[in-house]
Design a protein around this ligand. Structure first.
Ligand code: 13P
Length: 249
């Protein structure tokens, strides 16, 4: 198992100047021997300047989405090769906001994660249930379907290089974080399902991040859980101070 990963998803925030200021402040606070691996995912337009600001620091840069085609007549889209060309090492795939607002399906998520790996990027595949699904006791059915739909047919090697993020939709941007035991329960389910889709040893190599209202106060309890291998942070990643506290959890 690799170091835990703390990733900041900046979403639709930050003109280039603000993004560079934030990246520079994060750079000042992260040491090379950090116990956690650190990743920031700026909007597409700021990736170039953030990559330049973080060059040779060990802090990774990622995209928030990609298209599965390398090139062609796909107006508005960005490919894995384009992200890699800007210095990205990672890319988020299947975020619930993409699923909810842009109609992203499990099939697309599967195509995108394969395209990301083919371009030499590490995909972070997001899954998570909505509030009514949790209340209807179908959380595992929903997440199982999301995983099967996107990951079925991956080789063990492809699977071992994945990162999965469990982001319950009801916890995103709401201040309502999952309790450590709620997170652990779903993370354990995800790891078992990855094992079914490959094998137990492969599944144990996959980092499973928690996302949804993570902040400096709640990160420690989450990270103490056996199957929580890092965090995908939204709002609290937009301020260097709170993001660095999470990184040092
Ligand atoms: P918040 O941390 O703002 O709840 O967002 C989580 C998220 O969606 C990260 O991808």
């Amino acid at each position: 198992m690799r170091r835990p990963l703390i990733a900041g998803n900046w979403k639709l925030n930050g003109l280039q100047s603000a993004a560079v200021t934030l990246a520079a402040a994060i750079r000042e606070g992260v040491t090379r021997d950090s116990r956690t691996e650190v990743l920031v995912c700026p909007p597409f337009t700021a990736i170039g300047v953030v990559s330049a600001a973080l060059k040779d620091t060990g802090i990774a840069v990622g995209g928030q989405d990609l298209h599965w085609q390398d090139s062609g007549a796909f107006t508005g889209e960005v490919s894995g090769a384009m992200l890699a060309d800007l210095g990205c090492r990672y890319v988020i795939v299947g975020h619930s906001e993409r699923r909810q607002f842009f109609g992203e399906t499990d099939e697309w998520v599967g195509k995108k994660l394969r395209a990301a790996q083919a371009a030499g990027l590490e995909p972070i595949v997001c899954v998570g249930e909505r509030l009514e699904e949790r209340e209807g006791n179908v959380t595992e059915a929903v997440i199982g379907r999301q995983l099967d739909g996107a990951l079925a047919g991956l080789s063990k090697e492809q699977m071992s290089k994945l990162t999965v993020a469990y982001e319950p939709v009801w916890a995103i941007g709401t201040g309502k974080v999952a309790t450590p035991s709620q997170a652990q329960e779903v993370h354990a389910f995800i790891r078992a399902r990855l094992g079914t889709l490959s094998d137990g040893a492969t599944a144990r190599e996959v980092r499973i991040l928690y996302g949804g209202s993570v902040n400096p106060e709640n990160i420690r309890g989450l990270m103490e859980q056996t199957d929580v291998n890092g965090a995908l942070v939204g709002g609290a990643s937009l301020k260097a101070d709170s993001f660095l506290k999470i990184v040092r959890c």
